[in-house]
Design a binder for this molecule. Structure first.
Ligand code: SF4
Length: 314
């Protein structure tokens, strides 16, 4: 999963502060640094809108948790934990019974998600939200049979360095390995499957993971599988070496565009209908805002290079 749930970044809780110093110490936000690696989520951010990438990766502007993304995180946690049970016990009731405990754990690890229901004193909206999470979990059983699966890995953090020095990283929801050694990479999505004309964008993340696995283990995954719990669809793709070589070239071009923007400080907004979900409109020139002062040293822009905001997944 790459959830912003869908992200390869872990929350940075910052340095520990001695209790006796709490009254006197102001904890500074983490110092801005040039990007050092690329995950599928952040690559998609740059392709969607370079300025959004800057806000997330360089400025690290805070974002409000959303009900949909938090429900995604919760459902992913339930599906992962269900495999702790013996195969015969991986049932719908067992999976649903995991939801309250995983919701408690999520609130402990990310207290900000409790804000989602701060204005819901009767707990009605929370109850509805939990019921929706149950429905997503239940739908999974119509798409896959966990009693017949024995994942080789769950929530697997992967990182590989390309010859160019570019580091790719991400978290793969599930890796299955057949007795013949064939590898299947599986990602759960709690939303709906895209229309066929947008399938390539959805597969970009999976090809990214396939490239990382190939670079790490010299094995081309036999199958990439996206499981859409929102609509009850499964999208599969069997990648070829040429696919991975193509995505590698694509990522190198993307990284070069990110490097140029990092050095020049020139991050263009690219408005689309996705702006409606952007937390940073108040800082975005497209919406009358002004970005915060650029926190990195700036060099004069180089000529040429990839035009920002014109990069699609393929
Ligand atoms: S509001 Fe739209 S154009 Fe502005 S930063 Fe967000 S995604 Fe980019």
């Amino acid at each position: 999963m790459e959830t912003s749930t869908e992200g390869a970044t872990r929350p940075d809780t910052g340095p520990a502060v001695p209790a006796e110093a709490v009254d006197t110490v102001v904890v500074a936000p983490p110092a801005a640094a040039p990007p050092a690696s690329l995950s599928p989520s952040r690559a998609s951010d740059f392709m969607q809108c370079p300025l959004l990438y800057r806000f997330r990766v360089i400025d690290r502007l805070p974002e409000k948790p959303s009900e949909a993304a938090t429900r995604g995180t919760l459902v992913h946690a339930v599906l992962e934990r269900l495999f702790d049970a013996p195969a015969g016990d991986r049932t719908v009731p067992r999976a649903k019974s995991l939801i309250p405990g995983q919701w408690d754990r999520l609130r402990e690890s990310r207290p900000e998600v409790a804000e989602l229901f701060a204005d819901d004193p009767e707990g009605e909206r929370l109850a509805r939200w939990l019921t929706e999470a149950e429905a997503l979990v239940e739908r999974w059983f119509t798409l896959e049979d966990p009693s017949r699966l024995e994942p080789a890995e769950r929530e697997l953090f992967v990182e590989a360095e390309l010859e160019s020095g570019l580091r790719l990283r991400g978290i793969i929801d599930r890796v299955d390995v057949a007795p013949t050694g064939e590898v299947r990479i599986v990602d759960y999505k709690t939303g709906k499957a895209p229309r066929p004309e947008y399938a390539e964008g959805a597969l970009f993340q999976m090809k990214f993971y396939a490239l990382v696995v190939w670079r790490l283990k010299r094995v081309i995954p036999r199958r990439l599988q996206l499981v859409y719990l929102g609509s009850g669809d499964v999208l599969t793709y069997d990648p070829l070496l040429a696919d991975l070589e193509r995505v590698e070239r694509k990522l190198l071009a993307l990284w070069e565009a990110i490097r140029r923007a990092t050095e020049s400080g020139d991050w263009r907004p690219r408005p689309t209908k996705l702006c409606g979900w952007c937390d940073h409109q108040a800082y975005c020139p497209e919406f009358g805002g002004t970005p915060p002062p650029y926190p990195l040293p700036v060099r004069a822009p180089e000529s040429g290079g990839t035009e920002q905001g014109r990069m699609g997944p393929d």
